[in-house]
Design a protein around this ligand. Structure first.
Ligand SMILES: Cc1cc2nc3c(=O)[nH]c(=O)nc-3n(C[C@H](O)[C@H](O)[C@H](O)COP(=O)(O)OP(=O)(O)OC[C@H]3O[C@@H](n4cnc5c(N)ncnc54)[C@H](O)[C@@H]3O)c2cc1C
Length: 253
């Protein structure tokens, strides 16, 4: 089962007033904040308003969500990069994480190392796509058994003292042993990403029919971020497809 844990979220501090006062006359430097926006949404709105110093009498009557929708419509999306979250994923396969880490811009990663972590007791992630295919599941299980036994055999082939006396020997053996593991190997990965990069990821990955693991993770992500910052993800919707798996779709805002 895929587990998504949110580890940190934007915190909006009230230390913004002196910045506005530095550019606008006192008495015309009030920022009318709505009381429904989340902290992440306020960070983004403030960053956008600083560009135009649209506070006081220069502030339009738009709500926070209307303000953010306008930023997205106009393509002024760099402002969305100020909202940053860190989350952890577990129970995903190495093939998924390899696709994930291809997303370079606005993402940071820390992934379980197969050189430092002993994979002997780790279990693989069974691909969702073969859930109803008994023959395929059997073949998949056979392949995993061979790979697992080979991993154990390679690890057991080296004298333990040899690995204790020199950690680089252990690294070398684990490197050899991991090479026989399959793409299904279960990983944990910590991800830091901003709202713009998450939006890009969901747009590209959330609705690829045959990529079930991507769709599962995309669905979990959208579920979290719809709560964290509904205005920043207002143009994304989460549906359940005919195959029972989530699909994340984007519409015009
Ligand atoms: C359906 C599908 C099939 C795929 N198939 C393959 C495949 O067969 N083989 C494969 O290797 N990959 C494949 N990929 C991965 C894909 O090519 C991207 O590497 C991945 O989706 C990350 O997307 P990105 O580069 O837009 O994201 P990011 O790396 O996060 O970049 C975000 C955006 O920044 C800009 N950008 C980033 N780097 C540059 C740059 N160097 N120059 C100019 N602009 C830049 C681009 O606008 C880019 O969209 C596939 C992806 C999908 C969705």
């Amino acid at each position: 089962m895929v587990i998504l844990s949110l580890l940190s979220r934007p915190v909006f501090s009230n230390e913004f007033q002196s910045i506005i006062n530095d550019f606008l006359p006192k008495g015309d430097s009030n920022w009318r904040l709505d009381d429904v926006s989340t902290e992440a949404e306020r960070v983004v709105e403030f960053a956008g308003r600083v560009c135009y110093m649209s506070f006081g009498s220069r502030q339009s009557p738009r709500s926070n969500s209307e303000y953010i929708a306008n930023l997205i419509r106009k393509g002024h999306e760099s402002v969305l990069e100020h909202a940053v979250w860190t989350f952890a994923l577990s129970g995903v396969s190495r093939s998924f994480s390899h696709q994930l880490v291809r997303h370079r811009v606005g993402f940071s990663y820390s992934q379980l190392s197969q050189q430092y972590y002993d994979e002997s007791g780790n279990s693989p992630v069974q691909p969702a796509g073969i859930a109803d295919n008994v023959e395929a599941i059997e073949a998949w299980k056979r392949a995993h058994k061979v790979s697992h036994e080979s991993y154990l055999a390679i690890m057991a082939s080296v004298e333990p003292n040899n690995m204790v006396s020199n950690p680089e020997n252990l690294r070398a053996v684990r490197s050899a042993a991991r090479s026989v593991l399959t793409n299904s190997q279960r990983v944990a990965i910590v991800v830091t990403a901003n709202a713009r990069s998450i939006r890009h990821f969901l747009s590209l990955r959330g609705d690829i029919e045959g990529d079930l693991e991507m769709r599962i993770v995309s669905g979990l992500l959208l579920d979290v971020f719809k709560k964290e910052a509904p205005a920043l993800f207002a143009d994304f919707s989460l549906e359940t497809s005919h195959d029972g798996y989530p699909r994340v779709r984007r519409s015009e805002i």
